[in-house]
Write a protein that binds this ligand. Structure first.
Ligand SMILES: [Zn+2]
Length: 307
C-alpha cells in the first residue's frame, strides 16, 4: 500500500510537470523570471554590476561622439544610404572596416564573420551581397583577411573545436586542401599561417566570382558607356593587427576565372550584350564572338575584371 501511494505520487508529479511544461509562459511570468533571477558572475570573475558600468560608459562615449561629429553630419547621414564599398571581413575585434579604410560612416557596407568566409549557403552573407550589388550598387567589394586570425589558426589544427563552429571552419580547411602543396612547403608556422590568411582571402574573392549576383552585374556593366570598369570590382586584402597596415594582395583573378569558367560561368559579357544564353556563346568559336579585335578569351576576362 505504501509502495502504491509512493508510485501514485510519482506518476501524479510527472503528469503535473508534463502539463506545466506545455503551458505557455505568460508575459508576466516571463518578466518575473528575469526580474528576480540573480545574475551570476561571469566565468572570468567579472561582476554583473561592472557590466552595467560598461554600458553606461558606452552611452557616455556615444554622446561625446555625437557632439564631436555635429548635427550637420547626421543630417547628411540620415538623408541617404549610398555606400561605395562593401567590406567582407573577419569578426575579429581588431579589424574594424571603416577605421582601417579611413572612411566615415555611410561609405562602407559591412558584413563580418569568423575568418571572412564567402560561403554559397550562407544566406546572411549572400543576401547582403545581393542587396549591396543590386540595390546599393557598391562599386568595390573588399574581402579582407587578417594575420593572427583565430578562425584560420583553428582550421590549421587537427582538433575538433565543436559544431557549429567546426562546420563553418570546414570551409577554411577546404582552402588549405586546395593550396596544401604551397602551404606545407613553408617551414615557419607563423609564415605558413600568414600565407594561409592571404590565400583564404583570395579564395573567398573567387567564391564571389562564382555567384550569379556578381557575374550578372559585371556582365551588365562590362560595356556600359561611362562606366570605367565592370562593377563591382573585387579586391583581396589583408590586415596586420601588429602594424595596422592594410595591404592589397593585387591578385590577377583572370587566370582563376579562366580555369573556373567552364564550371561556374552563368553570365558572360558577350551573352548579356547579345541577350543570348551563356551556353549559346560558349558554342561559338572565339573568332565569331570577338571578330573585330581578335581578342583572346583571357584578354576579355582581364577587361571584364577592369585590368
Ligand atoms: Zn579572424
Amino acid at each position: 500500500m505504501k509502495y502504491t501511494s509512493a508510485l501514485l505520487a510519482v506518476v501524479l508529479a510527472t503528469v503535473a510537470n508534463a502539463f506545466q511544461a506545455h503551458q505557455p509562459v505568460s508575459r508576466t511570468n516571463n518578466n518575473a523570471l528575469f526580474a528576480t533571477r540573480q545574475m551570476p558572475a561571469y566565468n572570468d570573475g567579472t561582476d554583473y554590476a561592472v557590466t552595467h558600468k560598461d554600458i553606461d560608459n558606452i552611452l557616455r562615449q556615444n554622446k561625446a561622439y555625437v557632439e564631436a561629429m555635429g548635427q550637420d553630419f547626421f543630417d547628411d547621414l540620415g538623408s541617404k544610404h549610398k555606400p561605395k564599398y562593401m567590406w567582407i571581413g573577419c569578426a575579429d575585434a581588431r579589424a574594424p572596416a571603416n577605421e582601417l579604410m579611413g572612411e566615415k560612416p555611410g561609405s562602407v557596407f559591412v558584413i563580418r564573420n569568423v575568418a571572412n568566409m564567402v560561403v554559397a549557403t550562407d544566406v546572411s552573407l549572400i543576401g547582403a551581397l545581393q542587396f549591396a550589388v543590386n540595390v546599393l550598387g557598391v562599386q568595390h567589394i573588399i574581402v579582407c583577411g587578417h594575420y593572427d586570425c583565430g578562425g584560420v589558426r583553428a582550421s590549421m589544427g587537427n582538433k575538433d573545436v565543436g559544431d557549429p563552429l567546426e562546420m563553418w571552419l570546414k570551409n577554411a580547411r577546404d582552402v588549405y586542401r586546395v593550396h596544401q602543396q604551397e602551404l606545407d612547403s613553408i617551414a615557419d608556422p607563423e609564415k605558413r599561417h600568414q600565407r594561409f590568411v592571404e590565400l583564404n582571402a583570395i579564395e573567398q574573392c573567387v567564391n564571389l566570382f562564382k555567384t550569379g549576383i556578381i557575374q550578372k552585374k559585371r556582365a551588365e556593366t562590362y560595356n556600359q558607356p561611362g562606366q570605367p570598369f565592370p562593377i563591382p570590382h573585387v579586391h583581396a586584402c589583408v590586415f596586420n593587427p601588429k602594424d595596422g597596415i592594410l595591404r592589397n594582395l593585387n591578385v590577377d583573378f583572370s587566370e582563376y576565372l579562366e580555369d573556373l569558367k567552364g564550371i561556374y560561368e552563368l553570365y558572360a559579357p558577350e551573352a548579356e550584350a547579345e541577350k543570348v544564353p551563356v551556353a549559346a556563346v560558349a558554342e561559338k568559336s572565339e573568332h565569331e564572338v570577338y571578330p573585330p579585335e581578335k581578342r583572346t578569351r583571357l584578354e576579355t576576362i582581364k577587361k571584364f575584371l577592369g585590368m
